[in-house]
Structure formats: structure tokens, C-alpha cells
Design a binder for this molecule. Sequence first.
Ligand SMILES: [Zn+2]
Ligand SMILES: [Zn+2]
Length: 365
Amino acid sequence: MTSYVAAVFPGPNEPIEMREFPEPDLESGAALLHTLYSEVCGTDVHLHHGRLSDVPYPIIPGHVSVGVVAKTRGTLQTVTGDSIREGDIVTFLDVHETCNSCYYCLVANEPTRCPSRKVYGITYSANDGLLGGWSQAIYMKPGVKMIHFPKDLAAETFIGGGCGLVTALHAVDLAGIRLGESVAVMGAGPVGQSVVALASLSGAGEVIAVDGVKSRLDFAREMGATNTIDIGIGRPDRLELARSMTRGHGFDVVIEASGNPEAVSEALDIVRDAGRVIVCGHYTDNGSVGIHPHWQINRKHVELRGCWGSRYEHFHRGVEIAARFGSAKPWSRMASESYALADVATALEAVANRSAVKAVVRVSD
Ligand SMILES: [Zn+2]
Ligand SMILES: [Zn+2]
């Protein structure tokens, strides 16, 4: 009988184990991928440290992956009606089991808040099978949304953008950037870098990256930032600089992608009156912050929106954007290192100690 090796997080702060899994039987509508690439990102570091809630350890991490279809059962199609056949190279939306029958799916129109929602590599247990990308094979449950991996898209570009690109696209959509507007991006990590790139592709006039790490600010310029603010200068000076960059008004749009609670308060200071603030940097609980409702929100007539996860449309467009603009925007260099599956602990360490923003797990090629 065929079996597959996968890397498993047995529990929070426990060492990674390599475990063997039997080849699964396919339900009708299911498929099995032989993994080509997966990613290691900051979310995996949080998972390893037990910083996300409702994680059913043991898990096989890896939520953004590329594989070759090894087996299918029944007829499988992409959303555009293309058949998915054995031998095709695909990637897939990690979010699954959004129910399309609950209050959030049907009334609130926000399936990212669907209580049935599951995520490969995060909220599926390894006890339920090969449901994460750090594995020689990944089980595609019936209904998992696969898309053919564009031939001219390099794995490094796709993984470098990966989940951060998809989240950034959702945030930029929510911001509704209009041609020529000024955009400040707080935090130049993986999400922030993609926000910079997408804001610049959206026709923003000025795109200002705000961070405390010079190399990140330099990289943001390559992603399309027209200027930067180093947080080392202190908040009053940053506010002054923000005003001087915007003829005294403040930014039309501020997108917070730093994960620092103080940045949310500062975003409300540097946005212009009647501007928009999007918060997408608080995927984990990083604490609270004081906000002055009169001066920072009500009187300013600010629109403040949270951005949780992403929908299929963001993933689908994210793949197309990575393929179309991957040569203009250096996503490939955000995932500078690639590692064998057996070395995934080293890859995780590199992301944890920030020597790499992201790492590619090259399972087979
Ligand atoms: Zn639902
Ligand atoms: Zn990720």
C-alpha cells in the first residue's frame, strides 16, 4: 500500500514530527494531489507557538500549496468550467466548507465569518487525513476550489505573494482606492508589502510604507512605495511628516498591516478627515489600544473597516495578479529560500527569526 510522509505539529511548542499516512480512499468529487510546493509563513510560526484559537492539534501545516493531480474520483471542474484531470498542476483555496446556508453566508454576505469555515493547514486535524501542504500528498475534499496553476507563474512568485497577497487584495478592495489617492501602509511585512504593490497597481498617487526596519522599507520601494516613514522618529514627528506629505490633510486611505495595536490608533491620526482606514494586521490577539471616539473617528467622519480572511474571488484574482504582475513586483524575493520537506523545521526557524519573510517548501519537482 502506498503511504505518504507529512510534517506534523503535534501540539503548541512541540517539535515537528515526520509521520507516515496511508493513501486515502477518495470520496466522490475528491482528488489527491502530489505536492510540488508549499509555504512557511508567519501564520505557521503562530500555529507552532499555539497563538491561534480553535486549532485541532495535531495538524499538518501548510495552507498555500501547489500540486499535481494524482487521482480524481468523479468529474471535477474549476469555477470557469475547465476540467481538472490527472496530471494537471493546480493550486487551491485553503478555505473550505463555507456553508452558503448560514446567516453570515446568506444575510450578512460575508462568508469569511461563516462558522462552518475550515482552513487547510490550520483548522483541519491531521487525525482527519492529509489536509495540509507540508506533506507529500494533499487530499482535496469534494468541493475544494482548485485552479490551474499558470504555466508562466514561478512557484517562488506565487508563494512569496501567497496568503499575504490574497489578504492584501481583500484589504485593498475594501479601501476602494481611487486613481491618484494617497495611501499609507502601516507595517511592511508580507501583507503590507503586497498592499503596497496592489495600491500602486490600483493607481494610487502616493504610496507611503511605514515600518521600523530599513530593509523592509527599501523593499517596499521596489514594490511601488513612493516614499517611506521610519517609525524610529517618534509619533509626533511621524504625524507631522504624514501631514507634510499630504498638504496638511492626511492620507486618503490608511491600511494597517503591522499587528501593533498602537498602529490602529495612529492610522486614525494620519488619515484625512472623511478618509478610510482598513485594519488587516490583527490576525492574532495582540492586545488593545485606547481610541478617542470624538477626535479620531466621529468628528473626522472616518470610515473604519476590519478585514478578516479572504473569499474565493480574492484567491482567484490573486493567482492571476501574481502571474500578470509577478515580473514587475518582486514577490519572488519575499520567498528567497527553498527547503526540502525534511528540512521544514529549519524553514520554520528562518521565518520565526525573521531571516526570511517566507520560505518555500519544495516537496517534489
Ligand atoms: Zn455559512
Ligand atoms: Zn501563509
